[in-house]
Ligand binder design. Structure first.
Ligand code: ZN
Length: 299
């Protein structure tokens, strides 16, 4: 198998770039910088990065119609109008947990925006357990809580037949599979798909490719791993030039490239010298596999 080519395409030191989504209509990569409280979008044609700043940490972004995005920031879900740079919040969750914030999210095959929460670390690397939940914002504006008692709700995606939901709880180092009901948005029957060994880092963002396999970013593991969706077996490892690998999505022409985000926050000055590309966004090409177009929230 030919080794893939890894190229830093957005050479900016993002604090915590996350949640990449390929916007096919415009040929742009949309993502967030959680700690910089920004939604970003990058055009490979112009090389330009545009940003919109929000008041709170922004955990994730999903596509609506062009120029409008569904976002989760702080403990709120809402919509961002890129033209006016205004956010309109429609729901506030976890109101009983003042230290929580939204983390990763994605639009499901039926157009719900599914996003999870996590507590902020009380000290570096220390989180209170069981504080996170997973919510879905339905196209009619209502919100349902789907999972609770999570550690750090993180990467998520659906199987090719939409009947299985994959979800990462980073604090448990695990990727779980659940039954998914696309008609109701209901999630049930959890089973452990894979628990990462400590040396592999923490599982973070993930995506499913066009053959159904999972690609999981391993933060502090410096890699993206490809897992078998049935057995959780490690199929491939893509070693990245940075340790804090946060998330990935397929994009570009035919969704043939894997875009990988990373973080600089959490690294000390010495480590930053050793990892000059920390926080950059990378393109991995030549993997020999394609992804699927992301779903859109109908708004
Ligand atoms: Zn994440």
């Amino acid at each position: 198998m030919a080794s893939p080519k890894i190229e830093a395409v957005v050479r900016e030191r993002h604090r915590m770039a996350e949640c990449p989504v390929w916007e096919e209509e415009t040929g742009r990569l949309v993502y967030v910088d959680i700690n910089a409280r920004k939604v970003c979008r990058w055009s490979p044609l112009s090389g330009e990065v545009q940003t919109v700043g929000l008041r709170n940490r922004v955990g994730c972004v999903g596509l609506c119609r062009e120029g409008t995005y569904v976002v989760a920031a702080g403990t709120c879900l809402g919509f961002l109008d890129w033209g006016t740079q205004e956010a309109r919040w429609v729901a506030r969750l976890d109101t009983d947990k003042p230290h929580n914030r939204f983390n990763d999210g994605k639009v499901d095959p039926a157009g719900r925006f599914v996003a999870g929460t996590m507590p902020e670390a009380s000290a570096p690397g220390e989180w209170q357990r069981g504080q996170g939940s997973l919510y879905s914002l339905q196209p009619d504006g209502s919100v349902a809580r789907r999972l609770h008692g999570l550690g750090i709700s993180n990467g998520l995606d659906w199987s090719l037949d939409h009947r299985t939901f994959y979800h990462v709880d980073s604090l448990e180092y695990c990727v779980r599979a659940y039954d998914y009901d696309t008609h109701t948005g209901g999630i049930g029957n959890p089973r452990l798909l894979c628990r990462l060994a400590q040396g592999q880092g923490m599982p973070d963002g993930l995506c499913v490719d066009a053959t159904g396999k999972l690609w999981v970013a391993c933060i502090d593991g410096g890699r993206v791993v490809c897992l078998d969706p049935e057995t959780g077996t490690l199929l491939r490892t893509v070693a990245m030039p940075v340790s804090r690998v946060t998330s990935c999505c397929f994009g570009g022409p035919s969704f043939a490239d894997l875009y990988v985000t990373s973080a600089a926050d959490g690294l000390g000055p010495e480590q930053l010298l050793q990892e000059p590309q920390a926080g950059h966004v990378f393109k991995v090409s030549g993997l020999g596999v394609c992804g699927r177009a992301p779903h859109c929230f109908p708004c």
